[in-house]
Design a protein around this ligand. Structure first.
Ligand SMILES: [Zn+2]
Length: 297
């Protein structure tokens, strides 16, 4: 009898030590790039879901009741922060009783002075929140996510840490390759003209001029003055390349007009969302690098 009680006690202790044994942690990410980072670290021990799906603009997302449910049921929510996915905070604020922990992937990074540019004087925006488009910043995101997962399930820490290190090595390799590839573009061609302010960290890291853009935030409409400014800037250049982002259809319209006016060429860059064509962050960065080299070399 006593032996029986003892084994029962051992079983109970084991169960207490491994509360998530046999079931994945439920993680919700605000958009697909964060979802990809969570998958890379969490592997099969995490089930992750992005609120804003592939190919959709996360800036203008309006959360649905289904999102509210997913967030309330999650073990962890991963957001970008820096004003990028502000709608999540409103959602959490409104979801009474939701005590789901949130990890802000950009927590250790500060908004670059370069990213402000002339636009802020007009509309008071807080600068570029697209930190992940520079690979060292993506590594910082992965560190934040790894720490959040380890805090959530210390029993899985070895598994998470191993996966995290292997992934960060891939990112470091990507960073070296990008420096090498983008280094082939002549210095005088290194400017990225795009619709919304997303590429300032990429510009900073890989030695481009501050990326020129039409609007600070894709919800804004460009002013005639801004259009005229970019026309003048591009007319003076040998390479008249403009970059559209497929998730921003209104922006594509303006960039097409601009391209017609200066006989420029349009190329695609990915910024805010993964798609079937670029299903992972590594794919997205490789695609953008190859496109920039093709357009500006
Ligand atoms: Zn964006």
């Amino acid at each position: 009898m006593r032996k029986c009680m003892l084994s029962l006690l051992v079983i109970l202790l084991l169960l207490a030590a491994y509360p998530v044994f046999g079931q994945e942690l439920q993680v919700v990410a605000t958009f697909t790039i964060l979802e990809d980072f969570v998958k890379a670290v969490g592997g099969e021990r995490v089930e992750v879901h992005a609120l804003v799906g592939r190919g959709i603009d996360p800036h203008t997302w309006e959360p649905t009741p289904k999102d509210a449910r997913l967030v309330a049921q999650a073990d962890l929510v991963v957001a970008n922060g820096a004003g990028f996915d502000q709608w999540l905070l409103d959602l959490l604020h409104n979801a009474a009783g939701s005590d789901t922990p949130i990890a802000f992937a950009s927590e250790r990074l500060s908004v670059s002075a370069l990213s402000h540019s002339h636009h802020d004087e007009q509309n008071g925006h807080g600068g570029d929140p697209h930190f992940w488009l520079s690979v060292p910043n993506a590594i910082s995101y992965v560190q934040q996510i790894t720490e959040a997962l380890v805090r959530l399930s210390p029993a899985d820490s070895v598994y998470f840490m191993e996966r995290s290190h292997a992934y960060m090595e891939k990112l470091a390799e990507l960073d070296r390759w990008m420096q090498d590839q983008l280094g082939k573009i002549p210095k005088e061609n290194r400017v990225i003209v795009t619709y919304h302010n997303a590429f300032s960290y990429l510009a900073e890291r890989y030695d481009f001029e501050v990326a020129e853009f039409l609007v600070q935030n894709p919800e804004a409409e460009p002013s005639p003055r801004e259009l005229a400014r970019l026309v003048n800037l591009l007319k003076g250049r040998e390479k008249r390349a403009l970059f559209v982002e497929p998730q921003l259809s209104s922006g594509t319209r303006y960039m097409q007009t601009l391209a017609r006016e200066i006989q420029g060429e349009l190329y695609t860059l990915y910024s805010d969302s993964l798609t079937d064509l670029v299903p992972t962050y590594l794919d997205l960065m490789k695609y953008n690098t190859e496109t920039l080299v093709e357009a500006l070399k």
